[in-house]
Design a protein around this ligand. Structure first.
Ligand code: HEC
Ligand code: HEC
Length: 299
């Protein structure tokens, strides 16, 4: 009868050892997966808190859209596209492809907004990303293979902007040569990641709207989106992001966001640090548990 007591203790110890090992490993897994959420780039740059931020992050819920008439040209276009020839060619393209919805003089209709005064950047963005011409006015316009080449697009811009005064910004020319990637990253995290996600792969916004992925936009299109605020995206004027800061964000989006280098492991399709940490946790802890049970069996 006395012999049974040490036996029972032995059994308890046998079960406690793997339990402690699993708990310890889980803690280690949690700590490492949380740490892997920080990209090596952000470690190299200045801490986010140390950067003065003139902008407040825009909550995904605020989908209010400032009227285009408040916009003022911020970056002047060096491109001279508004020649009489271009306006003539653009007018012909406009009448065939756009006037059925936007009206013959771009004044708008019951199905599409007026394009008068929106400015060159807005028109260039919607046409060059293939969003326009639209096929189905009921759904959010999506990025498509553009129907027009660069010269035709600028001709359409020339025609539409010739229909009245323009309050919206001109087509921006972005110089990213002296741009700062760490600055661009922190500006992106503060102002863009809430909607487009930290990896720029896009996300749903509710009410059927979504923020698209940023892997295809050109430098000009990124700057145009920032300055004009297409669809449900807010507009960032020069008071919120200076031209230098826009250039930093553009450099970050067209650089590391478009071409992630995935330092430290698999990209896992760029689904984001939380998801990657979760995968690490799942597989890591699974392997640890198997090891712990194996040790327990041997004990
Ligand atoms: C089938 C109808 C349709 C056709 C054709 C069409 N559009 Fe549109 N367009 C729309 C609708 C609807 C919107 C509003 C979409 C939205 O806000 O998501 C819009 C939005 C726009 C905007 C954004 C306006 C703003 O203030 O944000 C521009 C610029 C534009 N269209 C230009 C064009 C041009 C240029 C063409 C011809 C190449 C064209 N569209 C052809 C229906 C159309
Ligand atoms: C409130 C959410 C929101 C925020 C914040 C936001 N965006 Fe957007 N963004 C959108 C939505 C929605 C669209 C799609 C508009 C449409 O097509 O109707 C968009 C479109 C874009 C596009 C066009 C992508 C393409 O390939 O056609 C770019 C580029 C872009 N955003 C960049 C940015 C940058 C850079 C920032 C930060 C400075 C930012 N966005 C902040 C919601 C947001």
């Amino acid at each position: 009868m006395r012999v049974q007591v040490p036996d029972r203790r032995q059994i308890r110890v046998r079960h406690l050892v793997p339990a402690f090992v699993v708990a310890g490993m889980a803690v280690v897994g949690l700590v490492t997966s949380a740490a892997s959420g920080d990209s090596p780039r952000s470690a190299a740059g200045p801490p986010a808190g140390a950067i003065s931020t003139p902008t407040t992050p825009v909550p995904a819920a605020s989908l209010a859209r400032p009227s285009a008439s408040l916009a003022r040209p911020s970056v002047r276009s060096p491109i001279t596209y508004r020649t009489p020839t271009a306006i003539g060619q653009g007018g012909a393209l406009y009448q065939t492809n756009c006037s059925s919805c936007h009206g013959p003089a771009a004044g708008g209709s019951s199905v599409a907004p007026s394009l008068q005064g929106v400015g060159a950047a807005t028109i260039d963005f919607w046409v060059s990303t293939g969003r326009m011409p639209l096929a189905n006015a009921a759904t959010q316009a999506t990025r498509k293979v553009p129907r027009f080449d660069r010269q035709q697009t600028l001709a359409i811009v020339a025609y539409v902007t010739s229909q009245g005064p323009n309050y919206g910004p001109g087509i921006p020319s972005v110089d990213t040569k002296s741009a700062s990637l760490p600055e661009g990253e922190s500006m992106f995290v503060l102002n863009c990641a809430a909607c487009h996600t930290i990896t720029g792969s896009g996300d749903a916004l509710g009410n059927g709207a979504y923020a698209p992925n940023l892997h295809e936009a050109t430098a000009t299109q990124v700057a145009e989106a920032i300055r004009t605020g297409p669809g449900n995206m807010p507009r960032f004027g020069p008071g919120q992001l200076s031209d230098k800061q826009v250039a930093d964000v553009v450099a970050y989006v067209t650089g590391p966001i478009k071409h992630p280098d995935n330092i430290g492991g698999l990209g896992l399709g760029g689904i984001g640090p939380v998801a990657e940490g979760f995968v690490a946790l799942l597989f890591g802890v699974g392997v640890m548990m198997l090891m712990a049970f194996w040790l327990g069996e041997r004990a």
